[in-house]
Each structure stands twice: as C-alpha cells, then as structure tokens.
Design a protein around this ligand. Structure first.
Ligand code: SF4
Ligand code: SF4
Length: 348
C-alpha cells in the first residue's frame, strides 16, 4: 500500500489508516481480527484515543509481535497536566507498548482552549514535551473540528499533525486549511471521510479524497469486509468521472441543507446547548454503543439540555449554512427519547 510522509513527523504512513472508534462495539476476538486484517492489508497507521473505552487495549493485543511495523496514534483531552499524565500512562498500559508514535490533544475547537494548552503556566503542553523527551511519545499532534481554530493551531508551529474532518460534503479544508498545513509541513489526517456515516456511497467518498495525495485517511472500521472494500479503492481507478461528479452533486443536494459542519459559528446558545453535538446526534447513533450516550456523560447531559431549547432562533441567524437548527434539534431530541425508551424496554 502506498505510503506518504506525514508532515514534519517524517513518519512514512499508508494513505489509508485505521480509525479505532467502531471496534468498541465488537467483542474482543472480533475486534482483534479486524485490526489484524488491516495490518495484513498493509495498513500501518492506527488511530485510537484514551476516550474510546476498549479500543486501545484491543489494538494493543492485535499488534502484539508487530509493534515496530505500525504507527500508533492516540489522544487525550486537555484537562489538567495530572489528567494528561494519567491518561498517557493508561494509554501505554492498554496498548501494551513503551512508546506512542503520535500523541494528540483531542478536540481543540476554540482558540481559548488553544491558548490554554500553549500557556506555559497551564503546564499542559509541557506534559507532552516532557513525555517526548522521555521517549514515551514520539510526535505531538492535535485534533479539531473548527476551521478557524484549526488554522490558528497550524500557525502556532507547535503541532506536527492536524486531524480534521474532510469529505466531499465538508470539502472546505481543500481551500485554505490543507494548503496551510502543506506550507507549515504539518501532516494532515482526515477524519470523517464518510461524514460520520452520512455518506452511504463509500466508493465516491474515497475517490474524492484520493485526489489529495499527501493526506492519511482514517475511516472507522467495524467489519473486515469494510476495510477490504475500502483498501480496494486505493488500488482501483482514481480518476473522478462525470458520473462520479453527478453522484457527488446528488448527495450534496440531498444532505446540503441539513448537514452540520460542526463549525460552531452558531454559538453561544443562551441555554448552554452544545448545538453541533445535538445536530450530529444521528452520527453518534450510527457509530457508538447506546450505553455511551444513554447512561450519563456529555452526550446524555447535552441531549437533556437540548430539550430546554427556547426556540429563540439566534443560532440560526449565525449559521453560515442556513440550517434549520430548531427543527433539527427537535427531531434529534425525539430520536434520543425513542432510543432511550426502546433501550429501557429491552432492559426490563
Ligand atoms: S434556538 Fe435553541 S439552540 Fe438555538 S440559541 Fe436559541 S435556545 Fe439555543
Ligand atoms: S449548526 Fe451551522 S453554525 Fe452550528 S455547527 Fe452546524 S453548521 Fe456550524
């Protein structure tokens, strides 16, 4: 499988990587088999996170005996220095390794948080630097969903990679963000190549991304058949035909008026609702086990808050994509309640 240099990390990674969220839904044996099949197909870049429950441990088991052949990327939310230190030690233990190739600040979506992690007084970035000096991590990266913040993160020169959503619906990174990464030699890692499960034509979605020869794309993989199919796209014809363009346009038209980019321009909300999370709730349903979003935690708390929306419409006035936010929040709250009721019925 073709490899690229991942920015200033110098890591030679396969253009197709493995996204470790969906293996949480499998039993351990099946999860290990899926990861091993990826390795057998030649994939050498595996992405996971401290927050993805069993994912790190399963990846650790799958790469046993092959550790030196793969690059493992994981992440930690930027709580406090102590939390990051604890998360890092836990990741090393779960992955059963003594180093992590790429350690990333997870989900930096506003410049206030960016400033906080870079402020020497917070000690957050220092934890990463210290871990790098000690050889526990080899490179420092960052993940974001917010375009302006992502550009600012790249410009700081403090991160070797950026992970950002990119697909033919959320195609904005092609305009400025990706060229900016190239200018700064920051490796670009594509998350959400299928728009969080909203794009059902994987062939077209990957054909679009295959135009960009210097990015690594990490689809979340749950089944061996999925990764075999996707790996096939990397070997097959890559030229986008007129029929492909028509199909892309059809899907853009279908999703365009209701597709949330998670840019957060609609904030702030007077009720404190994390609007983009509610707007993309169906993608969590597709990707996560129900316990994750029903039994406490950020998603459950935020869905409860969403039910308090007073329909003021201020968010809609700020959304650059003119999305019917109030209508979609109401729909997704209804979906959440339906899933909750079905889950409770099953459990009783
Ligand atoms: S319409 Fe609802 S979600 Fe939007 S700003 Fe008002 S309260 Fe918040
Ligand atoms: S609702 Fe609109 S402004 Fe808010 S995150 Fe989604 S696309 Fe951005």
């Amino acid at each position: 499988m073709e490899k690229i240099r991942l920015g200033k990390t110098g890591m030679m990674v396969t253009r197709l990587g493995f996204g470790g969220i969906p293996i949480q839904r499998l039993n351990e044996d099946d999860a290990v088999k899926v990861v091993r099949r990826c390795l057998d197909l030649g994939i050498n870049y595996l992405d996971t996170a401290n927050g993805y429950t069993t994912s790190e441990e399963r990846i650790g088991k799958a790469v046993k005996g092959r550790r030196k052949d793969v690059f493992i990327a994981t992440k930690s939310f930027p709580g406090t220095p102590e939390i990051i230190e604890k998360n890092l030690e836990l990741s090393l233990k779960r992955l059963d390794t003594d180093y992590i190739d790429l350690y990333q600040f997870h989900g930096i979506n506003d410049t206030k948080t960016m400033d906080r992690i870079l402020d020497p007084e917070s000690g957050l970035y220092n934890v990463f630097e210290k871990a790098k000096k000690e050889g526990k991590i080899r490179h420092i990266g960052v993940t974001s969903h917010q375009m302006d913040t992502a550009k600012a993160l790249v410009r700081t020169g403090r991160f070797e990679t950026l992970m950002f959503p990119f697909n033919f619906i959320t195609s904005e990174p092609a305009d400025e963000l990706l060229p900016l990464c190239r200018q700064n030699d920051v490796g670009f890692i594509v998350m959400k190549p299928l728009a969080g499960g909203m794009l059902d034509n994987a062939r077209i979605a990957f054909k679009y991304l295959l135009q960009f020869k210097d990015v690594v794309t990490i689809p979340g993989i749950e089944k061996i058949s999925e990764i075999e199919e996707i790996a096939g796209y990397y070997e097959g014809p890559q030229r986008i035909t007129a029929a492909d363009r028509r199909e892309m346009q059809r899907m853009r038209d279908k999703l365009g008026t209701r597709f949330c980019r998670r840019c957060d321009y609609c904030q702030p909300c007077q009720q404190g609702i994390a609007i983009s999370m509610v707007m993309t709730f169906p993608t969590f349903v597709k990707r996560l086990p129900p316990d994750w979003y029903l039994e406490g935690g950020f998603i459950a708390d935020n869905m409860a808050k969403a039910a308090t929306c007073v329909q003021c419409g201020e968010c809609e006035a700020r959304c650059p994509f003119q999305l019917p936010i109030r209508e979609m929040i109401a729909e997704n709250c209804k979906l959440y309640e339906e899933i909750k009721a079905a889950h409770q019925k099953k459990a009783s």
